[in-house]
Design a protein around this ligand. Structure first.
Ligand code: ATP
Ligand code: MG
Length: 553
């Protein structure tokens, strides 16, 4: 039975537009402001814009919305490009809103000449006060009566740098009584004597978002300009400007932004976490940034599948972080190589196995992909196992090691626990067992039925590695909606560093970007920042659903 996915509302609009011959093909854009690193919310927008173009045989532009000179940096531009490509998308053109400064300026002069824009000398307080309130109309001041010729001269002088910051603005002459406050003669240009990352000191006059964005869409011929719901009230101005300028009729459509539990998703807040040292950087594996998720081991496919699954909503909602983790597990289960690592080691001594002797065993790399073959394991008298796999006084449902119990050592033998040793403080130092020679995995003739399987590593061959386990960055679902500062809700235990874990020697070959399932412990990948050939550091990407012990043979 084939399952047709129903169209989302944007797809419906696109299909109707194409059917009506309104456009021959579609052109979308992803328009990040280069003032921070991309986060999972941006991934949603990227998957949507690029995904629609792919689906309908159109194209997508990457446009840097770099109209605010103060907050933007080249470092951000580079990281954004990297992240988009890493997610698996390629833009048709790389554009910068700043490339359109001359064109935008010409548009502004056109509005002035048409009597649809004027230079206002009021302070920002005066402008705010004259704007009125949502229930009372605003009023125009004397500057609104300036002639087009006078406005043109003033605007040119503003551009020439004759006036200080904040002394004048250019406003569109729309409607001071509109119930939509954004139409009450909105500001189009402001004076800012600031250095821009691309245009340098050429400009001291910068367009506002509402003037730059729609006009940039139109210059590029964007057919469907998709943004988030907070821009709904801006749409009237978007349409007004395009209509008055008589330029390509781009259209704006809004969808609900992605919100996710146990994190924050605003660049401003993420920047605070970085600058105030709560995290290691934008790519800290606990961050909701694409770079953080990449470092943590999330895959592009898992993020794309997640974005696809949550769909396009028209109302704000909160998506559970565990849904994203579900897709990460799904993908990694298929692709990750299986390895063994012991995070909290205790010795297991096989007392009937000769000291100093070893044998080699084989274990599959990935049962989901038999073609990936097997790897070699060493087995001997002394092994490392997890401390938590032994219980002195077991409960009824305990299927792991306990005095007298039998368990299978994964891909090796069945062992029977014969005793244990403790130090003076009562801490377990060693578990003793005897192995059953005829129970070797793959050729087991012992007839013994075991209910538990545990992982292990030959003590002689084990390699020390650091392992980093992550928990949610915040203690509450929605830190931004809590009382007080969102940082008051940071989870102080979100990073646990295990400096002395044991890994199987096969992992010495691990490459950056490669993913592993450490049996029963989760999915892991090398940390791109801290790992060195002399000291491997692994990040836990995500834990396993803890059903491995039950289902493993
Ligand atoms: P932030 O509030 O995190 O600073 P922003 O909206 O200012 O984000 P931009 O760089 O302007 O960031 O965003 C680029 C594009 O990504 C815009 O089209 C924006 O609507 C979209 N976007 C940003 N955040 C989200 C989100 N949480 N969900 C969906 N789309 C988003
Ligand atoms: Mg923005």
């Amino acid at each position: 039975m084939s399952e047709e996915k129903s169209l989302n509302f944007i797809e419906e609009i696109i299909e109707a537009d194409l059917a009506a011959g309104k456009h021959q093909s579609i052109l979308t854009r992803f328009p990040p402001e280069p003032n921070g690193y991309l986060h999972i919310g941006h991934a949603k927008s990227i998957c949507l814009n690029f995904g629609l173009a792919l689906k309908y045989g159109g194209k997508t532009n990457l446009r840097f919305d770099d109209t605010n000179p103060v907050t933007e940096e080249t470092e951000y531009v580079e990281s954004i490009k990297h992240d988009v490509q890493w997610l698996g998308f390629q833009w048709a053109n790389e554009f910068y809103a700043s490339d359109y400064f001359h064109q935008l300026y010409a548009f502004a002069e056109k509005l002035i000449e048409k009597g649809m824009a004027y230079v206002d000398d009021s302070t920002s307080e005066e402008i705010a006060e004259q704007k009125g309130t949502p229930t009372t109309p605003g009023r125009r001041n004397q500057y609104a009566d300036r002639s087009p010729a006078e406005n043109l001269q003033l605007f040119r002088d503003m551009k020439a740098g004759k006036y200080p910051d904040g002394s004048k603005v250019l406003r569109a002459k729309v409607d001071m009584a509109s119930p939509n406050m954004l139409l009450r003669d909105p500001i189009l240009y402001r004076i800012k004597h600031a250095h821009h990352h691309r245009t340098g000191d050429e400009w001291c006059l910068y367009p506002m978002y509402d003037f730059a964005h729609g006009q940039s869409d139109s210059i590029e011929g964007i057919t469907h300009s998709i943004c988030t719901l907070e821009f709904v009230p801006h749409r009237a101005l978007y349409d007004w400007l395009i209509e008055k300028l008589e330029i390509f009729p781009s259209k704006q459509y809004e969808f609900a932004r992605l919100n996710m539990t146990y994190t924050v998703m605003s660049k401003r807040k993420l920047l605070q976490l970085v600058n105030e040292g709560y995290v290691e950087g934008w790519d800290d594996p606990r961050m909701p940034t694409i770079s953080g998720m990449r470092r943590r081991g999330y895959t592009p496919k898992s993020i794309r599948d997640f974005c696809d699954r949550i769909g396009v909503a028209k109302r704000e909602n909160m998506i559970d972080l565990s849904l994203l983790e579900f897709f990460v597990r799904e993908d990694l289960n298929k692709t990750a190589q299986r390895r063994m690592a012991v995070l909290d080691p205790v010795k297991l001594e096989i007392t009937n196995y000769p000291a100093g002797e070893f044998e080699t065993l084989f274990s599959e790399n990935n049962p989901e992909m038999p073609e990936t073959g097997e790897r070699l394991l060493h087995f001997g008298r002394e092994l490392w196992i997890e401390r938590e796999d032994f219980m002195e006084e077991p409960s009824k449902k305990w299927f792991r090691l306990a005095p007298g119990s039998v368990v299978r050592l994964k891909s090796a033998y069945i062992v029977r626990c014969t005793g244990y040793e403790k130090d003076e403080q009562g801490k377990l130092t060693k578990v003793l067992a005897e192995y059953i020679p005829e129970s070797k995995s793959g050729s087991d003739t012992s007839g013994i039925n075991v209910k538990g399987t545990i992982h292990w590593i030959s003590a002689e061959h084990a390699v020390v590695a650091e392992v980093r386990l992550y928990d949610r960055l915040f203690k509450v679902e929605d830190p931004s909606s809590e009382e007080g500062d969102f940082k008051d809700y940071i989870n102080a235990d979100s990073l646990q560093i295990i400096e002395h874990a044991y890994i199987e020697p096969e992992l010495l070959k691990a490459q950056l970007g490669e993913q592993f399932q450490f049996l029963r412990k989760g999915y892991f990948t090398l940390d791109s920042v801290h790992s060195t050939p002399n000291k491997l550091v692994f990040n836990r990407t995500v834990s396993l659903k803890d059903n491995w012990a039950k289902s493993a043979k």
